[in-house]
Ligand binder design. Sequence first.
Ligand code: IMP
Ligand code: MG
Length: 422
Amino acid sequence: MVDVILGLQWGDEGKGKIVDYFAKDYDLIARFQGGPNAGHTLYVADQKIVLHQIPSGVFHQNTVNLIGNGVVLDPVTLRREADSVAKFGVDLKKNLFISERTNVILPTHRALDKAAELAKGNDKIGSTLKGIGPAYMDKTGRNAIRVGDLLHKSFTTNYIKLRLKHQRLLDNYNFQEDITAWEEDFFDALDFLRSLNIVNGEYFINDRISKGQKVLAEGAQGSMLDIDFGTFPFVTSSNTISAGVCNGLGVAPQKIREVIGVSKAYCTRVGGGPFPTELEDATGEELRKIGNEFGATTGRPRRCGWMDLVALRFANMINGVTQMVITKADVLDKFDDLQVCTKYKINGEETDQVPFQMTWNKIEPMYQQFKGWKMDSSVLKSESELPEAMTTYMQFLNAHSGAPVRYISNGPGRDQIVKIEG
Ligand code: IMP
Ligand code: MG
């Protein structure tokens, strides 16, 4: 069977740590979408590591890892990451497998991402500029080069053809930057990529499932950044929700068992776009400071705000979440009062639903207030030790979000997590 861990907000929910926490119980960890726009932070032997491209299970001896067909893969990032995990004794030649159908991010995809963002001016998405959008466009446009193609003699010809096509687009954008150095890096990195285990991902994973092995699908970004259900057009270019597991790995929906949704105890978003509970004041600043809310991939300060239950309920619904992990609860330790948005007011009308379009009208969050717990919650080890105010807050999320809170993460450490029996 396949369990899934995915983000319920706008990414950066702390999925890396949670995947790493659960990884020991699985035989295979698989990424099903996204690319190096992701930044999954985890701590190994007290050292902070940020993974962008490889699954967060690589630090576990007995698990193997798969980059699925739904991912867009940047060979340069992959090689850089291989070097950084090698310091911890991880050999990707042994425990990483890559689907032949995975789409490759080319240097010109990065250039096109940059050119397109520049052209959008004030309407820019706030893309991570890793080439994600253009790479997925070449997939749906049926132009892409896939990992399996790298092993075929037609690769160079196909690359040159696509490069020319991209160049015409770049000329249209009047993009002047010299990308020769990017291309040199890219071709260097291709040799490394070709030396890894390139497999037929769908047979690889289904063979293991039929032998009774346990698979964990690791999501990137978050549900509100989903290409279909997110705050379009301020979204990423892949399906970040649980349905993405099926087409991003080639597993059937009946094979999916637990859907573990990860949400912070508050909200953040990096990049542009709607964010109803955003706090552009001292409280928001405080959340950013205490929560160290700066992008793991780009270093940009993250926008911060209170918990948005309207969005959370929506995310739980479309994902079929069976259990939630609430992360960074300790960031709220110092606040006297906490707010939870339970409804939106749009044009004077109250609603508890996420509207199809979130930029046309101002969305006013309607809050319910909760008492802060005002203690150092990072030391808590078990449910019985939780302060009353925290229990009240979590029980409210439990009762009104459509999925049960099963874990509270109270710090970045591997052991800072409290199981909730419910
Ligand atoms: P792109 O995926 O790089 O095209 O970026 C599109 C939007 O998604 C931007 O607002 C990014 O900041 C956001 N985004 C992409 N990846 C992540 C992530 O891993 N965490 C948080 N936001 C992300
Ligand atoms: Mg992140």
